[in-house]
Design a protein around this ligand. Structure first.
Ligand code: HEM
Length: 149
């Protein structure tokens, strides 16, 4: 236990976060750059851009939320407390959209992060994308069902 870490890291699990930062080379600055560069590419993408443009007009709060999300997912900081599944139900997306999302995310992660940082992020993105896609498909099959959160 290092008593200084909680003051240095804005994390509910400072020791775990510190270990993950050391292992992956990821930190707030890197995740912020990743999120901003990734959504610049998403917004310019002919397949994904229009899906986001129809839902998001104020990008500042969305980008802040996504930095908190990746900080929680990759570094276990607990900074995100939202519900991604309902945000995606009803979006006009299929496998091609998820493939494109993951391709852009992987390219951006490899450009911005160390190889181990990029691998850490991509592994988690792939797992979450799979569960979002399954939740969307489940809901299309049984539209009245209560979504799994
Ligand atoms: C086909 C691919 C995807 C599309 C088109 C998409 C689109 C969107 C849109 C439009 C929103 C904003 C919803 C709203 O505020 O009304 C959103 C939110 C969000 N997305 Fe995605 N998304 C995709 C894939 C993913 C993946 C793979 C992840 C995670 C790895 C992810 C994580 C999130 C999160 C955390 C939020 C914020 C939810 C909240 O707290 O409100 N998305 N997405």
């Amino acid at each position: 236990m290092t008593p200084d870490i909680p003051r240095v890291l804005n994390s509910v699990r400072p020791e775990v976060t510190a270990a993950l930062m050391a292992k992956t080379g990821l930190d707030d600055a890197r995740l912020t750059e990743l999120v901003h560069r990734f959504y610049d590419r998403v917004r310019a993408d002919p397949l994904l851009g229009p899906v986001f443009a129809a839902r998001i007009t104020d990008w500042g709060p969305h980008l802040d939320r996504m930095v908190a999300f990746w900080s929680s997912v990759a570094l276990m900081t607990g900074r995100y407390s939202g519900a991604p599944v309902p945000a995606h139900l009803g979006l006009p997306v299929g496998q091609a959209h998820f493939d494109r999302w993951l391709a852009l995310f992987g390219e951006t992660a490899r450009a911005v992060c160390t190889p181990s940082g990029a691998a850490h992020l991509v592994e988690r993105a792939e797992r979450i994308a799979r569960s979002l896609r399954m939740a969307i498909e489940d809901q299309r099959r049984t539209p009245g069902a209560v979504p799994r959160l």
